[in-house]
Design a protein around this ligand. Sequence first.
Ligand code: UD1
Length: 415
Amino acid sequence: MSKLIIEGGQTLIGEVTSSGAKNAALPILAATVLLEGESELRNVPKLMDIVTMVRMLNALGVRTEFGPNNTVRIWNNKKIRHIAPYELVTAMRASFFVAGPLLAKTGLAKVPLPGGCAIGSRPIDLHLKGFKALGAEVFVEHGFVELKAKRLVGTHIYLDFPSVGATENIMMAACLAEGTTVIENAALEPEITDLGHFLIKAGAKIEGLDTPNITIHGVEKLHGIQYDVIPDRVEIGTLMIAGAITGGDVTVHNVVIPHLEPLIRKLKECGADIVCERNLIQVKGNKDLIAVDIETQPFPGFPTDMQAQMMSLLCVVKGNSKVKETIFENRFMHAHELMRMGANIKLDKNYAFISGVETLSGAEVRITDLRAGAALVLAGLAAEGETIVYGLKHLKRGYENMPEKIRALGGRIVE
Ligand code: UD1
């Protein structure tokens, strides 16, 4: 079984460069269904999830080629097929991002229901509400979502919750709709803005990015472009915590500081030294880090995708912390594994109460989902002795070369 072996207790010191953002690259790849002609995406992380999305594009009739230096070339000049294969949507929920582009481009989409995952039930009702509002007929039967519309028509769509995926799916569909669409209570995550910039470069007319009201004026068509994906704020955040949890001194290059503000605030509250300069960030840990409370919120609140990694840190700081998870209902699976490493955590519904311990002890642990995997690696780095982390496939879905990056900082970790 795939596993990582970590010899804990090393102080991580040095410099690393971030990879491109998985959660920006995925919807951008899906959006290439809307384009006509040739495109080149740069700073695309080489990950399992990206490979899954590329396979999806191929299945729909979009040709792709991975190039050197994290580029992907894309040719969209054949007829698009509107049926998304079951095995790709069930392998990765984000495959559902093709629904909006398929509907807008072909007037039809048949996409399997993505279903739940390890962190929660994850419905898609808001995506469907948006498509319906744009004039699509929506059928959900036999495990598929079928969408039909001769031409989508712009409208106002209020999202009951600022869902990242629904904002992205509706924004992509609205690009080729007739007239103007306004998404109200849109999510503000940086990956949405990146998708918006990509679409604008391809010829879309979008206003209000980075605000809760995104306005999209429909256009007849979009054209191929070259585009650089933003850095991955979750990978960067994970490396920042690696610096803090080992009492080290880690500098990450290729970062966008405002994307990291919620984490920077909390790490400073813990007592870590943080220096931000243009596009690099340096984090120094020390022996006197202290407990903080966190509550996950949509951006610019504390990201749910950093909750697990932050919990690992809170397990070894002085004092008592409270973690409240408000985005996903089942996102504490890592806590049980951290307890096996000696962490003092009590769970109560969507709260975790953590009393910092002097040190964690290495153990055999199992990854249940992507960010839980990152949390266990961080805990392993801080623990005394050897930690064996099983279920590496989850980590590989979302982190490019994580063991290599940690080794470059002096961590002892082998596959
Ligand atoms: C995206 C990210 C994921 C991150 C999450 C929240 C990608 C590929 N994934 O996931 O890493 O953790 O944002 O920042 O970008 N919801 C509904 N109905 C819907 C859609 C969502 O009730 O139609 C609920 C979800 O169940 C969840 C909450 O809204 O409780 C947030 O989900 P959402 O923002 O949509 O997350 P994703 O786009 O799935």
